[in-house]
Design a protein around this ligand. Structure first.
Ligand code: 3UK
Length: 525
């Protein structure tokens, strides 16, 4: 794969299809809506040119996207890239405080916000987000009096076609925030060529994704995983992506599959567990016969989920590990050669090393730190020079994962080298949850650690030492859960609370979270 020095990802992923006579092919299905490649190209042009002409967005400037999955997300994302600006998709499950952090860290002057997510911005007074000048509202009514601009009005104003900004293949194209272990997310700066690399190495070579495919991703476009599955991978190969903005309940996901009949289905282990727990009241089972391959990532897929899904639906799930820093999957199982419980084989085009804490390669079969080299890795973390140096060592990127490789080349996940938790495929920092619990008047000390649920998937458990005179009770446990829930994103809440008289500590007083993993939380809570 040779990528020319002048390379604009929007030209490649969008406009190229017109040159290759794919204009009438359906690029996006969303409910009853069908968007052809020609329509997509026109709306991407309109979005980009209007951002530039009407809102004065310039090359390299960030544009925050706080949007549900749907065609407008892709118009805004590729529209910004087409004019050389840098879209920054944001997790829509986050709180106002998280969004405020990203607005200020990225210094975006423009944010495109889904109507249903405006409340997240409403909580941030203009003085607390001094760089943000324009709020573009996608769907619904924009309030001109409050300085809002409607996304549809913007599209109507824009140019239906123009030549993409001649960016270099190494210009910043987009950022994705990845949660840090102390709470503050880090902006991974991805370059124009990165999406192209993932499309070739993973989508085309591992999944055999082609124009004939119809992709449906339960993981959202604002995640690196979803952005590839439902965004640039299908668009890169001229396939159709099925977008759907609703909540990923089992009933909804089955309804989308039966209606739109995807050939490739992408989800996370927690969601596969939810699908398996769902049964139809009467009649035949859910029809997943259109799916030629399932994919799982975000956290390790327990073998029982793999087996049950194959037995019940006849769909083989390929577990693979990816990261926001590498952009997409770099180790993956292959069709017909799955080893359940493993992450599979290296994706060709990437290089891997498993090393001990001194950086020496460990012998085959021994657990060590996983390092990856490849052309899709992010350039650096925005404004976080020390964290960049700790993660990116020349060509190599530290994933923070412990792995071993077996004699046949398969990689087996063996936990994290930090205390970060993957909950339903999304990062949760124990420190962030602990800090909130500590603000509760009853809490003297606490620690948060992962505990397996009924599907053997990790969820946060809180271990709490109460202040003298306070008694632990089921009511207090519920109160503490509510306390976290009202202050942090929903998925971060502890699913169990256990009261302890003291926490395990090192000689220097540092809490040993790994020791708590052996304590079962009280099942009653
Ligand atoms: C963990 C896994 C075991 C692992 C992602 C696919 O998850 C993605 O990106 P994130 O930045 O998290 C990365 C970390 O998540 N992980 C992901 N997949 C697996 N652990 N087995 C797996 N299959 O700790 C990794 O370092 O949120 C996944 C594609 C793109 C992505 N960004």
């Amino acid at each position: 794969m040779t990528i020319p020095d002048t390379f604009n990802a929007a030209d490649y992923f969008i406009d190229r299809h017109l040159r290759e006579a794919r204009g009438s092919k359906v690029a996006i299905e969303c409910g009853d809506e069908r968007v052809t490649y020609a329509e997509l190209a026109e709306r991407v042009s309109r979005a980009g040119s209007a951002l530039r002409a009407r809102l004065d967005v310039r090359i390299e400037e960030r544009v925050v996207l706080l949007m549900p999955d749907g065609p407008a997300f892709l118009y805004a994302f590729f529209g910004a890239i087409k004019v050389g600006a840098v879209p920054v998709p944001v997790n829509t499950l986050w709180t106002s405080a998280d969004v405020e952090y990203v607005l200020n860290d990225s210094r975006a002057r423009v944010a495109v916000v889904g109507e249903g997510l405006l409340h997240l911005l409403a909580g941030i007074s203009p003085e607390r987000r001094p760089r943000l000048r324009h709020i573009v509202v996608a769907g619904g009514e924009a309030r001109a009096a409050e300085g809002q601009v409607g996304f549809d009005a913007l599209l109507a104003d824009g140019e239906p076609s123009f030549d993409a900004e001649p960016t270099s293949k190494d210009d910043a194209a987009f950022w994705l925030y990845s949660s840090g272990s102390t709470g503050a997310p880090k902006g991974c700066v991805h370059l124009q060529h990165d999406m192209r690399v993932c499309t070739e190495l993973y989508a085309r070579n591992v999944l055999g994704m082609s124009e004939a495919d119809r992709c449906f991703s339960v993981a959202r476009l604002f995640f690196a995983y979803g952005l590839g599955n439902g965004g640039y991978c299908p668009l890169g190969v001229g396939a159709t992506t099925i977008l759907w903005p609703g909540a990923p309940t089992a009933a909804n996901v089955f309804a989308v599959i039966e209606r739109h009949r995807p050939t490739l289905f992408f989800s996370v282990p927690t969601n596969y567990g939810m699908l398996l727990a769902q049964h139809r009241d009467e009649g035949p089972d859910f029809d997943l016969s259109s799916i030629r391959q399932g994919v799982s990532a975000g956290e390790a897929l327990p073998p029982v989920l793999f087996e049950r899904f194959r037995q019940r639906f006849g769909v083989e799930i390929l577990d693979g590990i990816g990261s926001t820093e590498v952009l997409h999957i770099f180790i993956s199982n292959r069709a017909g050669r799955v080893r359940p419980g493993s992450s599979g084989l290296l994706v060709e085009g990437y290089e891997v090393r498993i090393v001990d804490d001194e950086g020496r390669p460990v012998p085959c079969g021994e657990v060590g730190n996983l390092l990856i080299k490849g052309d899709s890795t992010c350039a650096f973390y925005w404004n976080q020079h020390e964290k960049t140096k700790a993660t990116i060592e020349g060509h190599w990127i530290r994933t923070g994962d412990k792995y071993h490789q077996d004699e046949d080349g398969y990689f087996w996940y063996a936990g994290r080298s930090d205390d970060m938790l993957k909950v339903g495929g999304i990062w949760v920092s124990p420190v962030e949850v602990e800090n909130i619990l500590l603000e509760h008047p009853a809490v003297k000390e606490c620690a948060v650690a992962g505990h397996p649920d009924h599907d053997r998937l990790v969820k946060p458990a809180a271990y709490v030492v109460l202040r003298p005179g306070v008694e632990g009770s089921p009511e207090l446990a519920i109160e503490l859960q509510q306390w976290v829930r009202s202050r942090l994103a929903e998925y971060k809440r502890p699913r169990w609370v256990r009261f302890l008289s003291e926490l395990p500590k090192t000689a220097t007083g540092k809490t040993q979270r790994f020791k708590l993993r052996q304590h079962p939380p009280d099942p009653a809570h």
